[in-house]
Ligand binder design. Structure first.
Ligand code: AN0
Ligand code: CP
Length: 324
């Protein structure tokens, strides 16, 4: 695995999930694999889980870790080519990324979409510019359209908690006061569509994901119907893809409640976090045995560690092909 920016970088998904579960049982079995290798974790946006779990994963593999909040701690970066740089952006990504590439063997990058211009966001400008100019393998820590480390984590968690060979997994839209990216649902749908699950996406009209992400998932427009017989309820808010970046609905009927959980097959409740209590999901659900959000967040370490191990092995193969 050279880069990890989407499911398309994973050769064998069930094997990746199994490796992560083995890693969880023996966290330090590869503690020398990253010796003398440096990962730079660059954050254009806030993070708790991604930042700490990726740092821990890299350290468990023996790597050196550097973390930077881009823009806040460093210079504001210009991403577009051929611009006359006479505004607030002091440095161009072509120099900044190339310099970071001098210091790091792998570069992790978090950069949310603008939610203003769909074409720009869905072209993954920032991610692609870093790929182009660092000259290093890139690990996505959530880009404009995807959050693959979260989705791998979600699949690992479903594998751990499922009670049937082919569980019913429901991704349900839920209300929120802010316009949020489509990354988490896009990625989750992409990974579920490649997995042994019966997959439904429930959302109000106008919240359809881009067809390349929703794929063949069953779509349900009723806030309750999809819950019937579900084994996993995965809640997430996202803003509209069609009316790009807009909030079209705030109907509290879409909040996940204990009443709706009663319609399920004693489902587990999942959310990537951070979650707004009593907006997205009521306290009673988060505080019940249905909720596995903390265990899910814990699994972020094993997803990141498995992916980083694959990336390090692929680097080592490039550097010393005679060893392999
Ligand atoms: C972000 C999102 O919805 O993409 C990050 C989630 C992992 N969430 C918020 O901004 C609240
Ligand atoms: N789930 C997730 O990526 O959380 P953070 O935004 O806190 O990293």
């Amino acid at each position: 695995m050279h880069h990890f920016t989407s499911i398309h970088d994973a050769y064998n998904i069930p094997q990746l999930v199994n490796e992560a579960l083995l890693m969880k049982r023996a966290p330090y079995s590869d503690c020398f694999i990253g010796k003398n290798k440096t990962i730079g974790l660059l954050f254009f946006n806030s993070s708790l889980r991604t930042r700490l779990s990726t740092q821990k994963a890299a350290q468990n593999l023996g790597m050196n870790v550097m973390v930077m909040n881009v823009g806040a701690d460093s210079w504001q970066l210009e991403m577009n080519e051929g611009v006359i740089m006479n505004s607030d952006k002091a440095e161009h990504v072509s120099e900044a990324a190339a310099v970071i590439g001098q210091y790091c063997d792998i570069v992790g990058l978090r950069s949310f979409p603008s939610l203003v211009n769909r074409e720009d966001d869905y072209s993954e400008l920032v991610l692609n510019q870093f790929m182009k100019y660092t000259g290093r393998p890139i690990l996505s820590l959530e880009s404009a359209t995807r959050h693959p480390l979260q989705s791998l984590t979600d699949l690992i968690t479903i594998q751990e908690y499922k009670k049937t060979a082919r569980p019913k997994v429901v991704l349900t839209w839920a209300p929120h006061i802010k316009a949020l990216p489509q990354c988490v649902p896009n990625s989750f749908a992409e990974w579920m569509n490649h997995s042994e699950v019966d997959f439904t996406i429930a959302h109000p009209k106008g919240y359809e994901l881009a067809p390349e992400f929703s794929g063949n998932a069953q779509i349900c427009y009723d806030p309750k119907e999809a819950f019937e017989g579900a084994d996993f309820i995965y809640a997430k808010n996202w803003s509209s893809y069609q009316e790009y970046g807009k909030i079209l609905n705030s109907d509290p009927a879409w909040m996940v409640t204990m009443d709706k959980m009663k319609l399920t097959n004693d489902a587990k409740f999942m959310h990537c976090l951070p979650v707004r209590r009593n907006v997205v999901v009521e306290d009673a659900v988060l505080d019940s045995n249905h909720s596995i959000v903390i265990q899910q967040a814990g699994n972020r370490v094993w997803a990141a560690q498995t992916v980083l191990k694959e990336m390090l092995l692929s680097l080592a193969k490039k550097e010393s092909p005679y060893l392999f």
